[in-house]
Design a protein around this ligand. Sequence first.
Ligand code: ADP
Ligand code: ZN
Ligand code: ZN
Length: 716
Amino acid sequence: MPQVLQVAIPRPVGTTYDYVNADSQLKVPVGVRVMVPFGHVRTVGVVLGQSEHTSYSGTLKTPSKYIEYEPILLPDMIELVKWLSSYYHYPLGAVLEVILPTEAMRGRPVMAQNELLWSCVDPESTRDFKRAHRQQECWYFVKQHGRVSDTQLRQANIEKSVLKALEKKGLLESKKLQREYIYKPAEYELSKEQTTAVRFIEDNLGKFHVHVLDGVTGSGKTEVYIQAIKKVLAKGQQVLVLVPEIGLTPQTANVFQSRFGHVDVLHSMRTNVQRFDVWSRVVTGEARLVIGTRSAIFAPFRNLGLIVVDEEHDSSYKQIESLRYSARDVAIMRAKLLEIPCVLGSATLSLETVANCREGRFQLSKLTHRPGTAQMPDFNILDIKGEILQGGIAPKLLNLISQHLEANNQVLVLLNRRGYATSLICHSCGWRKRCDACDVMLTFHEVPERILRCHYCEKRYAIPDECPDCSSTNLVHIGTATQKTEEVLKEHFENVPVHRVDRDVINTQPKLARLFVDLQNPSRSILIGTQMLAKGHHLPHVTLVVVLGADSGFLSSDFRAPERTAQLIVQVAGRAGRAEKRGEVWIQTYDPDHPHLTSLSEKGYPGFMDTELMLRKDAGFPPYRYLALLRSENVNAEEAELFLRSIAESLVSRPVTVLGPAPSPVSRVSNRWRFQLAILAEHRKQLHDALDTLSVDTKTRRNYRLSIDVDPLDMA
Ligand code: ADP
Ligand code: ZN
Ligand code: ZN
């Protein structure tokens, strides 16, 4: 019997294709990559299954090449691929495109490739290299560093041929680099709460469970992860730590590096080849402690023993295009398939996770205080109805800012809107400038150049001298964004340094790092910025946090916006007053009696969660019902709407609630009209059954740019 191979092809198709293994001596295992003829081309595919039969009536083709004979995808990953396709209603082949690195899809072979570690044979000697400048440079470089890895040498632009020449001359020697994980103990004792959490995880290694670490900012969650990791590494297993973002916060990787001597970093900012190198080390089992962003959850570990998801609430775990997965949810599924623990940590847990804890599906540990004397700041609400604001700030808070500055402290101003003012308006006739291609107002930017920008399609527009409708030259700014507030703060507090922290000024990690290092010294200064301020830095001298524009989050039409806003405020507040200095937080609002705000100020984030969960339950929203959002785009508005309407009609007899179709909150982007349809169900299965009945072929899907978003985070 010839072996029939079921091969998934990285194309937007929902099925596998049958090929035949013509070599009777060879049994091809499931999980290997093959090169196969497909239509008029050859492409790399992955064997997802095998059988003795085929339902294909034609003659089966043979793979033209086996890229490897040892599977790169073990059975758990094959299961995961199938689960991803069915859960997110995304074509099986296209799942592969998302989960495998580009180089893997191009067929680059995975090799056990321990890096080489180079050293001088006789480092005490001095040598004369005469004209061989490159060899001289290289030899001194190695001499200076003692032991240098391939990667370091490559980064120093030293060529392999030079190394080889020196090796041949007997001047350099190399040996394989062994990644060693030598645990270095902490310089402090674990708190009782930390110990309890660690013990629970340790006692349950080798079993599937989700352990939630609800720990206020600075309460030492990382130490709990480290203790659990230590145990798993000691068993010879691999560990994956997911973090929301590495680009701006490399200190997370440094912490693990300093405690275990080695960590491999897997994230998308590296080049394809570098990324593939790390990925290969995961596949061969050489890399055992890996820290990575969202897509690292798909790395094919050999022997994974633990997954940690830090800041589990962070929305960057959700991919908002193609395969719209949540890395946190995939992490839980992977842990389940592998029967290993998954640890979720955050100071501001997502409501999904809280509900799962309350219903007993997840195990909860709390870290309620910060080590030492540091205390959490107080939350205060300021009613700004009828107040005259300057740069968006109430007079009372300007006074408060100056008091804190006089005491030689630092002040943090959060305004999650970059740009100068939000919009330009004609004072005479009310004309406002919108983007030609999108249904949004343009944002006014003052620096680096005076320009109007669309924050959706990034199109730029010159600022008109006069109103195109009434020719008035009296064009004014409305709304406030970071640049405007920065300007006002600079005017108001003349001799105090004001730092703006947003995507427009801080675009590289060193810039942010330098700023935060400077701020570790006690000195008066003001920081004004967007959510970037929440990115995990300790600012011990910040004693006041002022929150502007919170209303736009709490009063938004997106039911998840209040959750995101509260998380942001609490995360930013968590940067404040880490040392002995106690901090205070002030939130400006036009609606001081709003239940979100009163619960947040009276009982902090836990109070907010209680209120919000109640509201969600009453409204029948997640986490109490299951939600999918279908979005469609077309240059013709009517067609986009009709298409979704036909889908809605096909679901009438199903046990689901269908809302819409309705125009998306931003109804047009880059000249395409957007509509959406929400589907809600009491049970997950009902939702998936309903989605399974939508038989939209690839072509229709593409024509209407249909996307199916299961567990959407963003309603826009
Ligand atoms: P989180 O991740 O919960 O925000 P971190 O893990 O960053 O908090 O810990 C904050 C700081 O507290 C770190 O500098 C860490 O070294 C320190 N720390 C952690 N646990 C303890 C402890 N038991 N005693 C003293 N300091 C600790
Ligand atoms: Zn006008
Ligand atoms: Zn636009």
